[in-house]
Design a protein around this ligand. Structure first.
Ligand code: TXA
Ligand code: MG
Length: 317
């Protein structure tokens, strides 16, 4: 594969061209790295599923350069979805909408809905715009990890996770460490009011300021984590329990390390906790630690999304 840690305009143009020709391009976003393919090219989408070892009934988010492209992929878009898009795009938010003809089963997992997001990272946006220039409409991209594993937030993590699965024609575009570090907030826009399917950095509090949220969380829509295990390191994760000697330990910096435990990170606040979470998991795996004890942070704001990932990381396929 072609790897560039700090892509030039020329690299981005070449990667956009490769996408258009059906190759895969890993690109950075503000949340986690994505493994991208042309959302209109079913062979490219198939390659994504194969590279990730992902079940094909699992839908993939379509990334677009601006909300002008929503109507390519979705129909019957409620007014509040435009309000959310206006406020939070580009940004860590995915909207689930009724799909258009263009959004094929390979992307939607056979469902009648499609997930759309405008990421907030210059490399991702430049890639999307170059892709538009040559006729591309959207990049389908799940997180660039093997199915069920931890999402990559650094180029090293991408290399370890998916590097061996890419071909010589595929690209990895670097863009530093992902600023947020956990995946986007997923919001269902299929009912009279929106509701959150996966919490993220666009929090309930932030959404409530501009639109009313539905408190109903019962849903027919298959979403992240339902029926599957996610975000799991090789080590077993324990939440809010006390570690033994040699176990991994991850907590806010104000919490001291229990005697003999191996501190994996000391984030100062919730933002740092999210930013460091997946790398802390990776560090434990690299050190050969088989138990990670995490002291969960307060469940407010971003803490809700962190807790969601921590809970899911405890279960393995
Ligand atoms: O931050 C993110 O969202 C990252 C970056 C790369 O954009 N992407 C990401 O993709 O996390 P992935 O595939 O690892 O997780 C997306 C989740 C999946 O669990 C999938 O079930 C859900 O989004 N999803 C996608 N399309 C959907 C749809 N039409 N209906 C319901 N859920 C959907
Ligand atoms: Mg994922």
């Amino acid at each position: 594969m072609k790897f560039v840690s700090n892509p030039s305009n020329q690299n981005i143009k070449s990667a956009a061209r490769a996408l258009f020709e059906g190759q895969l391009v890993v690109f950075p976003t503000e949340t986690v790295y994505g493994l991208g393919g042309d959302a209109e090219n079913l062979q490219a989408i198939e390659k994504i599923y194969i590279a990730k070892d992902r079940p094909t009934n699992h839908p993939i988010i379509v990334h677009v350069s601006s909300s002008a492209y929503i109507s390519d992929w979705a129909i019957n878009i409620p007014e509040y979805a435009f309000t959310l898009a206006e406020k939070f795009w580009p940004g860590p938010m995915t909207l689930i909408l009724e799909r258009s003809e263009k959004a094929r089963d390979m992307i939607t997992g056979g469902q009648k809905t499609v997930g759309i997001r405008v990421p907030n990272h210059t490399v991702a946006l430049d890639l999307l715009r170059e892709f538009n220039e040559i006729g591309g409409r959207g990049i389908a991209a799940p997180s660039a990890n093997l199915f069920g594993k931890v999402s990559p937030t650094t180029t090293e993590a991408v290399m370890d996770a998916i590097g061996p699965k890419l071909s010589d024609q595929d690209w990895i575009l670097g863009g530093g460490n992902c600023k947020i570090g956990i995946e986007s907030t997923i919001i269902s826009c299929l009912s009279a009011k929106p509701y959150i399917l996966r919490p993220g950095a666009v929090t309930e509090e932030m959404i409530k300021v501009i639109v009313q949220l539905d408190s109903n969380t019962e849903t027919e829509v298959k979403h992240s984590g339902s029926g599957y295990n996610h975000y799991a390191p090789n080590a077993q994760v324990f939440l809010d329990e006390f570690p033994n000697i040699g176990d991994g330990f991850f907590a806010l910096s104000e919490i001291p390390t229990p005697l003999g435990a191996v501190r994996l990170a000391s984030p100062k606040n919730l933002n740092d906790f999210a930013f460091e979470l997946y790398e802390a998991f990776r560090l434990a795996d690299k050190k050969g630690i088989d138990k990670i004890f995490v002291m969960s942070p307060p469940r407010i704001g971003l803490g809700i999304a962190i807790y969601d990932r921590l809970e899911k990381s405890r279960y393995k396929n």
